[in-house]
Design a protein around this ligand. Structure first.
Ligand SMILES: Cc1cc2nc3c(=O)[nH]c(=O)nc-3n(C[C@H](O)[C@H](O)[C@H](O)COP(=O)(O)OP(=O)(O)OC[C@H]3O[C@@H](n4cnc5c(N)ncnc54)[C@H](O)[C@@H]3O)c2cc1C
Ligand code: FES
Length: 367
């Protein structure tokens, strides 16, 4: 009986081995795309090993396309024009592409696989994005789930960026997480400081990167990031400015205000911050101190669910309820919004209803 069982196990093992071998051979012969050429903007060619994503293949050649979700196909930021060789548009891309995009050959670089020579167009500004090695200089716990993390640049030693832009931070393998991941984080320090970057990061429950940043990362650790990315920047006009943020969405607003403090500004500014309870508020005195810096600045924290023990006597409900009082001239107002997609959608709707032109509402949505 034992011999029969051992024989059966042996046969099963042999079959599994043969199947594995067939798979490896199939992969080698049928999915080995060899070397492929990526032709960029008709100016530059890079040769890559076929079979990988366009996003990863370009990154291997130090060309960093914005990819806020780290290539998972959930953010839609890795748009680029693929003129030849990209294959058909995939169902994973269509939610992020309009019919006009598809007509114009716009694709998501993380979804396109390089299987043959390919011809693409990307904005020249992408060539300014670099990889940086940084050391964690300081970590401050602003709230129970929000940290301020100061990074000192090691290689290269300086960075040029605009207030409002973001970097993509790479988490290493840590704890039980066996793969690296990258996510977008807005720079919360002013661009005039070129040798350091501050980030403000809120822990997302079970979040792959924020569990690392907020529970594992320590001062002295060496970290990799790329940047700067993004178009969320202050416009050079005299229009009134309404800032609205929530949670770690304060990060780029802080950078913008610090930058305006350096350049000087007479513009009217109302800075709304939405939080649930008192323990979700942070940098309150710091945000308030800009009153003494600018001629016409107000900081307006609003709590949606203050707890009885908070003894909160300030504004309650949602930030939108207080916009009307602060919109002096809606047509001549720019809105700068940052936070969760739900908050952004609600604020955009309210602002448009109150007469702020849609094309003057700028935002970064932390999707
Ligand atoms: C342009 C840009 C700038 C950003 N800047 C910042 C910043 O300055 N500070 C900051 O803290 N975050 C910022 N984010 C969000 C950040 O990139 C990550 O998405 C976020 O930190 C979650 O990453 P994670 O790996 O921990 O979670 P993941 O492992 O990606 O997600 C785990 C689970 O949580 C859900 N989830 C993901 N993000 C959120 C969220 N924000 N709230 C609730 N649930 C979520 C996911 O759907 C998933 O189910 C920014 C995003 C963008 C696009
Ligand atoms: S990187 Fe997020 S969709 Fe491609």
């Amino acid at each position: 009986m034992l011999i029969i069982i051992l024989q059966d196990i042996g046969i099963l093992c042999a079959i599994s081995g043969i199947l594995a071998l067939i798979l490896i051979l199939a992969q080698y012969f049928f999915m080995n795309y060899g070397d492929c050429k990526i032709s960029i903007n008709d100016k530059r060619d890079v040769t890559v090993k076929g079979g990988l994503s366009l996003l990863g293949s370009l990154a291997d050649n130090k060309i960093y396309i914005p990819s806020a979700c780290g290539g998972r196909g959930t953010c839609g930021t890795c748009r680029c024009t693929v003129l030849e060789g990209g294959g058909p548009v995939l169902p994973t891309e269509t939610p992020f592409l309009s019919p006009a995009d598809i007509n114009n050959h716009v694709r998501l670089a993380c979804q396109v696989k390089v299987k043959n020579d390919i011809k693409i167009q990307i904005p020249d500004s992408i060539f300014n994005i670099r990889a940086y090695r940084v050391v964690v200089e300081e970590i401050i716990n602003y709230t129970y789930d929000i940290r301020g993390i100061t990074l000192k640049l090691l290689e290269p030693t300086t960075i040029d960026f605009k207030a409002g832009q973001y970097v993509q931070l790479e988490s290493p393998k840590y704890g039980r997480v066996k793969q690296k991941a990258t996510r977008a984080y807005s720079i919360s320090s002013k661009p005039e400081i070129k040798d350091k970057l501050q980030l403000i990061i809120r822990k997302v429950p079970e979040g792959m990167v924020t569990t690392w940043t907020n529970e594992f990362l320590k001062e002295g650790d060496i970290v990799n990031l790329t940047g700067p990315y993004g178009e969320f920047m202050i416009k050079d006009t005299n229009a009134d400015m309404i800032f609205v943020s929530g949670g770690s969405g304060l990060a780029p607003i802080k950078a913008m205000l610090e930058h305006l403090e350096v350049t000087g500004s007479n513009r009217y500014m109302a800075n709304f911050f939405g939080a649930r309870t008192l323990k979700d508020l942070y940098l309150v005195d710091y945000m308030d101190h800009f009153k003494a810096v600018f001629n016409a600045y107000e900081y307006l924290p609003v709590l949606s669910s203050p707890e009885p023990g908070d003894n909160w006597t300030g504004k309650t409900g949602y930030t939108m309820s207080y916009f009307k009082d602060k919109l002096r001239d809606p047509k001549n107002t720019e809105a700068y919004l940052c936070g969760s997609p739900g908050m952004i959608n609600a604020v955009v709707k309210a602002m448009v209803e109150m007469g702020v032109p849609k094309d003057k509402i700028y935002f970064d949505s932390f999707s």
